[in-house]
Design a protein around this ligand. Structure first.
Ligand SMILES: Nc1ncnc2c1ncn2[C@@H]1O[C@H](COP(=O)(O)OP(=O)(O)OP(=O)(O)O)[C@@H](O)[C@H]1O
Ligand SMILES: O=P(O)(O)OC[C@H]1O[C@H](OP(=O)(O)OP(=O)(O)O)[C@H](O)[C@@H]1O
Length: 216
């Protein structure tokens, strides 16, 4: 299937923010035409001339929403977002970039209490994890700076992403339990996967060829 087949034009949802640069580098390695507009402008919709491609730039947590509703055919997104948003999309590939881990963390002198409270940006992941552990906890949703919660007594533990460990360390917290590893994934809309199988396969194939090179 030629990538210039008009009916096979693909819209790719890209996450703004932390994983954007690594994801763009991945696209370049896969041979996709990445224009300066994608890397350096405030535009949110970026068509790629003659390549039957269009990028949309979304907040990371919204990428699966655009893909589920089919306004993007495929998307690049962290596994943390997929686990939290639970959108109805196909997960096609682990791109093996954007490495980090989902952890339970707390103060070193943490002790179980009768009414444990857990603060997190990821309430579904946290609730599911503690349910599976057979522990009853109250989950408190925060939107950032989650490490503050145990320090000032809002919660006794947190569920959050840890990458270098610097944020935990500088706030006197330690890793307590490992929930899962997180990497960036390629996802696809279910209808696009069938109706535009040529173009979706083409991009998945190109991505797959990059993956062994991106293993650290
Ligand atoms: N150290 C890290 N902290 C947070 N996210 C990371 C880290 N390392 C990799 N990631 C990946 O980056 C994505 C988050 O990117 P970013 O922090 O830009 O988004 P956000 O949390 O929506 O932004 P905001 O801080 O505006 O709420 C996550 O989905 C995760 O997969
Ligand atoms: O282990 P580290 O390398 O220190 O990274 C982990 C930190 O990065 C993320 O926060 P982010 O910078 O996205 O800010 P936030 O507090 O607004 O979520 C995450 O929520 C941790 O706080």
């Amino acid at each position: 299937m030629s990538s210039l087949d008009r009916s096979q034009k693909l819209t790719i949802a890209m996450p703004k923010g932390r994983i954007f640069e690594e994801a763009v580098h991945f696209l370049q390695q896969a041979g996709l035409q990445v224009t300066a507009e994608l890397q350096d402008s405030r535009k949110l919709v970026i068509p790629v001339e003659n390549a039957q491609l269009e990028f949309i730039l979304a907040k990371p947590t919204d990428v699966p929403t655009y893909v589920e509703y089919g306004v993007a055919d495929v998307g690049v997104v962290g596994k943390d977002v997929l686990l939290e948003e639970e959108r109805d999309v196909y997960e096609l590939l682990d791109l093996q970039i954007g490495y980090c881990r989902m952890m339970v963390a707390g103060m070193p002198d943490w002790k179980p209490t009768e009414a444990p409270r857990v603060a997190t940006k990821y309430p579904k992941i946290a609730s599911r994890y503690f349910r599976e552990q057979g522990q009853q906890v109250e989950v408190i949703k925060l939107n950032g700076s989650v490490e503050l919660a145990p320090m000032i007594g809002l919660a006794d533990r947190i569920v959050d992403i840890v990458s270098t460990g610097r944020t935990l360390k500088e706030n006197g917290l330690i890793e307590l339990e490992h929930i899962c590893e997180i990497t960036t994934r390629l996802i696809a809309n279910r209808a696009s996967y069938r109706m535009k199988s040529g173009a979706v396969d083409d991009i998945a194939q190109k991505f797959m060829e990059v993956i062994p090179r991106s293993i650290r």
